[in-house]
Design a protein around this ligand. Sequence first.
Ligand code: SF4
Ligand code: SF4
Length: 58
Amino acid sequence: MAYKIDADACVGCGSCAAECPVECIKEKDGKFVINPDECLECGACAGACPVGAPALDA
Ligand code: SF4
Ligand code: SF4
């Protein structure tokens, strides 16, 4: 399991990437994407996001 960002909801602000303790969120084409192989499921990205785009990908 890992967190995943809803690309339709993401506005590309970068707040999630700034909070990620393992820096596994990278900008791609104006949106931000989580590398699921590095995600620790800490939830910091979800807490930082103004639009609720990151969520656990079941
Ligand atoms: S859940 Fe934590 S480790 Fe995973 S992408 Fe979000 S901030 Fe990074
Ligand atoms: S904090 Fe939310 S809106 Fe901002 S880049 Fe991350 S996922 Fe997108």
